[in-house]
Design a protein around this ligand. Structure first.
Ligand SMILES: CSCCC(=O)/C(O)=C/O
Ligand SMILES: [Fe+2]
Length: 172
């Protein structure tokens, strides 16, 4: 199935719900690209020998990778981390995530500051550009396993909004 994304409603209901607008307002891959968000669909069952993943990593310099499993029983400080991931924030580097199992949502702000929800499932690799405001949540299945990729040494620092003084936020 193709990657699905849509504009979100503004209800305070459980963050794990889809939060689709009524009527539903989908967002295309082209619209995501205009925001600097890129997507690949890969073979997550064979990620350790996948030539397509190897090529992406080589071409883009994603030398670092680790794997995080996000579920209550295995992730230390699970509640605290989920709360942190769902705070609106930015990074000074691209955020590159590859869903190896389960599913989750990444939300990104568009140029008019509206939330777009991106539904990620097994096989989806996404890159969010440095400086974009975003957040992450599990969906109602409460489980995902993701590869985290970086160019060089990872920098985990997240800057919660407001963080508009950075040069990366100055460009149009
Ligand atoms: C799927 S990895 C956890 C989320 C994360 O690392 C992050 O920075 C969310 O914005
Ligand atoms: Fe992030």
């Amino acid at each position: 199935m193709a990657l699905e994304a849509w504009y979100m409603d503004s209800s305070d209901e459980d963050q794990r719900k889809p939060h689709r607008l009524r009527p539903h307002q989908p967002v295309s891959l082209d619209e995501l690209k205009k925001l600097g968000v890129f997507h690949w669909r890969l073979d997550a069952d064979h990620f350790d020998s996948d030539p397509e993943l190897r090529k992406i990593r080589e071409e883009r310099g994603y030398s670092y990778m680790d794997i995080i499993t996000i579920q209550k029983d295995t992730l230390p400080n699970y509640e605290e981390k989920l709360k942190m991931f769902y705070e609106e924030h930015l990074h000074l580097d691209d955020e590159i995530r590859y869903i190896l199992d389960g599913q989750a949502y990444f939300d990104v702000r568009d140029k008019e500051d509206r939330w777009i929800r991106i539904s990620m499932s097994k096989g989806d690799l996404i890159t969010l550009p440095a400086g974009i405001y975003h957040r992450f949540t599990l969906d109602e299945t409460n489980y995902t396993k993701a590869m985290r990729l970086f160019v060089g040494e990872p920098v985990w620092k997240a800057y919660n909004r407001p963080a508009d003084d950075f040069e990366i936020r100055q460009k149009s």
